[in-house]
Design a protein around this ligand. Structure first.
Ligand code: AMP
Length: 362
């Protein structure tokens, strides 16, 4: 069976690797001459809105999926009548717009930080009165990893924040003093079956995910499962969905969802019975889902900007290095280290060792 993917970055690369033992072959569209998935899958080098290339891909594959959410939704609209496309278009379209995304959370009774739509400085003045300060101004579209965001701490910061985000349509969101950032990843089969991975606790540096630790049996798991279950059902979703949340006391507030495999689920490659990549492919191919159960204490550290020496990382007991084969550049995700350990204390020790190696070159 052949699966088409829009996007040829590390997520497509890891999907291709996970699909291979199942006999699933991946072909992807990406305009870049350096798409890292090209080492393990067939590339059609073209723009994401190149209709001829989309048509060619649709003719060659049994189903199409995508690995990043800034794929033009028009391209999926074009593909949908010609080929099975999963996850559904509505999930991509809603996830591309923070206002629609937060409004969907609200409709589904999924708690969020307070937010208001902002289309100009006047709105911003009113918005600050409504939700209070500090607050975060976020562009509605195309923001990721903290890009297109400005913090407003005092009313006089408003004009500078509006300029900093390029005066683009935005939302103003209360800056929440969260205790933890967590995410839940779930997979839904076309037949409606849902499986949820254990909650993952995430740490960001400069807006970029740096560390994820799996937390099986976390007390917040049932609420997170309820929230993601509502989203999956409303969107009639197929594939892997990730939901990022802030924890405040016994509450979870939704930050955003990603209609794709997610960086906070990379630990599942070595730490779960079935990885998020394999389960995404099983779902879109209509195959039975695998168990998302954690095999034991597991964590992931991102390698950002430069790769650590493999020979050093692999001296750590339970460490697995994933090198995407990308050119180093500040702030770029080049690979990750997965860590598995027999118990929590051993995992903490492995994390400290791996972080020391990553720090050395920083
Ligand atoms: P985002 O691009 O929305 O995922 O934001 C990137 C990071 O900024 C998040 O992972 C949080 O660490 C932080 N952040 C985003 N929204 C808020 C908020 N409303 N309150 C506090 N921190 C936030």
């Amino acid at each position: 069976m052949r699966i088409g993917v829009l996007g040829g970055g590390q997520l497509a690369q890891m999907l291709a690797l996970a699909g291979h033992p199942l006999g699933l072959r991946l072909e992807f569209i990406d305009p870049s001459a350096e798409a890292c998935a090209a080492s393990v899958a067939v590339q059609h080098q073209a723009a994401f809105d190149d209709l001829e290339a989309l048509l060619r891909l649709a003719e060659r594959v049994d189903c199409i999926t995508y690995e990043f959410e800034n794929v033009p939704s028009r391209s999926l609209e074009f593909l949908a009548p010609r080929c099975t496309v999963y996850p559904p278009l509505a999930a991509l379209a809603l996830g591309q717009d923070r206002l629609q995304e937060n409004s969907l959370f609200r409709q589904l009774d999924i708690a969020t930080p307070d937010f208001v739509a902002i289309d100009g400085l006047d709105d911003l003045q009113r918005g600050m009165d409504q939700i209070g300060l500090p607050a975060l101004l976020k562009i509605r579209r195309e923001g990721y990893d903290g890009k297109g965001q400005a913090v407003i701490r005092q009313p006089q910061d408003a004009a500078a924040a509006w300029a900093a985000i390029g005066q683009r349509a935005a939302i103003l969101e209360a800056l929440v003093p969260f205790e933890r950032e967590v995410s839940i990843i779930a997979v839904r089969h076309p037949g409606g079956e849902v499986r949820c991975y254990p909650l993952t606790e995430n740490t960001h540096r400069q807006g970029i995910l740096s560390r994820s630790i799996a937390r099986p049996d976390d007390p917040m798991q049932p609420l997170a499962e309820e929230y993601i279950g509502r989203l999956l059902e409303r969107l009639d979703y197929v594939g892997v969905l990730a939901l990022e949340l802030f924890q405040l006391g016994d509450r979870l507030l939704a930050n955003e969802f990603a209609p794709r495999v997610h960086n906070s689920g990379h630990w599942t490659l070595n730490g779960a019975e079935t990885s998020q990549f394999e389960n995404h492919l099983r779902a879109v191919a209509g195959l039975p889902l695998g168990s998302p159960r954690a095999l034991g204490p597991s964590a992931m550290l991102n390698c950002i900007g430069r790769m650590p020496p493999a020979a050093e990382v692999l001296t750590i007991e339970g460490a697995h290095l994933h090198d995407y084969g990308k050119q180093g550049r500040p702030g770029r995700k080049l690979g990750h280290i997965n860590l598995s350990a027999p118990d929590g204390a051993a995992l903490e020790q492995a994390l400290a060792q791996a972080e020391a190696i990553l720090q050395k070159g920083a």
